[in-house]
Ligand binder design. Structure first.
Ligand SMILES: Nc1nc2c(ncn2[C@@H]2O[C@H](COP(=O)(O)OP(=O)(O)OP(=O)(O)O)[C@@H](O)[C@H]2O)c(=O)[nH]1
Ligand SMILES: [Mg+2]
Length: 270
């Protein structure tokens, strides 16, 4: 088993380059920007290039997967964003009740009944953009799936009475800044499964957790593999499949609600 996150994980295919350019072209038509990020990675799960592009517009930051993030951490993040004049709200993108809050925030920023407002939904891959759009439209109009790179093109939808909303493909940064950001983005599903080694990701996550919470009872990959029966004939552990299952377990909340990045990391880095 390899211990370190050695392979450089990058993913910036052509459709992201094109989407970035198209968003730039549409931007002058846009009144409201809804940025969608996984609540577990509110720093690495945001794309600074999109952030810079959207500056000066009416914006909402929707933190998805609140069901998997730690509630205290999410609250601290929302307050930190508010202090920077960015309205953030946390949701479970699969819950209609959550989406109703996004609808209220969006409509609150729309023009009066007379004109059409245009909203743009942006964010890194698999953050839950299309799910939010489907929730707002109350139908499965936009394709969603639990893997990165599902939405490939920009697409408009009509949200009665007077909002038009555009789904966009997830756009990553061309170069992921740190090794921590790499495993965090891998777990959150922003990177396709064939782009990273799940063993390295599972090990990097557990090491990070032990540094943060030495008394945590979340199993390491070895213990998980043994307890879930990932043993081949001859007693050898099947680490690869165990690691994939480990990453899935993290995303099903099996190990509890864990936020990977805290506001305090920011303060320490500053
Ligand atoms: N647990 C949990 N899963 C969510 C939440 N929101 C969305 N999902 C799931 O996350 C997966 C990705 O959702 P999508 O809406 O397709 O994500 P996307 O941002 O459109 O992805 P791309 O188009 O690939 O960039 C789906 O399996 C959703 O069901 C949430 O709040 N909690
Ligand atoms: Mg999508």
């Amino acid at each position: 088993m390899t211990a370190e996150l050695e392979r450089v994980v990058q993913w910036y295919p052509g459709h992201m380059v094109r989407a970035m350019r198209k968003i730039g072209e549409y931007l002058k038509l846009i009144d409201i920007v809804i940025e969608v990020a996984d609540a577990r990675v509110p720093r690495s799960g945001r794309n600074p290039a999109l952030d810079a592009m959207m500056a000066g517009r009416a914006r909402i930051l929707v933190l998805t997967r609140e069901d998997l993030a730690h509630p205290h951490a999410t609250k601290a993040w929302i307050e930190a964003f508010a202090a920077k004049d960015l309205e953030a709200l946390s949701v479970d993108g699969r819950s209609q009740r959550s989406i109703a809050r996004v609808a209220t925030a969006t409509v609150g920023r729309a023009k009066g009944r007379s004109g059409i407002s245009r909203a743009l939904v942006v964010g890194v891959p698999n953050s839950g953009k299309s799910s939010i759009i489907n929730g707002l439209l109350r139908r499965g109009a936009a394709k969603t799936e639990n893997r990165a790179g599902v939405t490939r093109q920009l697409q408009w939808f009509r949200l009665p009475p007077n909002v038009e909303i555009m789904d966009t493909p997830g756009i990553l940064v061309p170069k992921i800044a740190t090794k921590d950001a790499q495993w965090m983005l891998a777990i959150s599903g922003a990177l396709p499964r064939d782009r990273y080694d799940p063993e390295q990701v599972a090990v990097a996550f557990h090491r990070w957790l032990m540094r943060r919470r030495p008394r945590s009872r979340v199993p390491d990959l070895e213990a998980f593999a043994a307890s879930r029966g990932f043993v081949r004939r001859g007693g050898k552990i099947d680490y690869h499949n165990a690691a994939q299952s480990y990453v899935s377990a993290l995303n099903e909340g099996t190990f509890g609600r864990i936020t990977f990045e805290t506001v305090d990391d920011d303060a320490q880095a500053a």
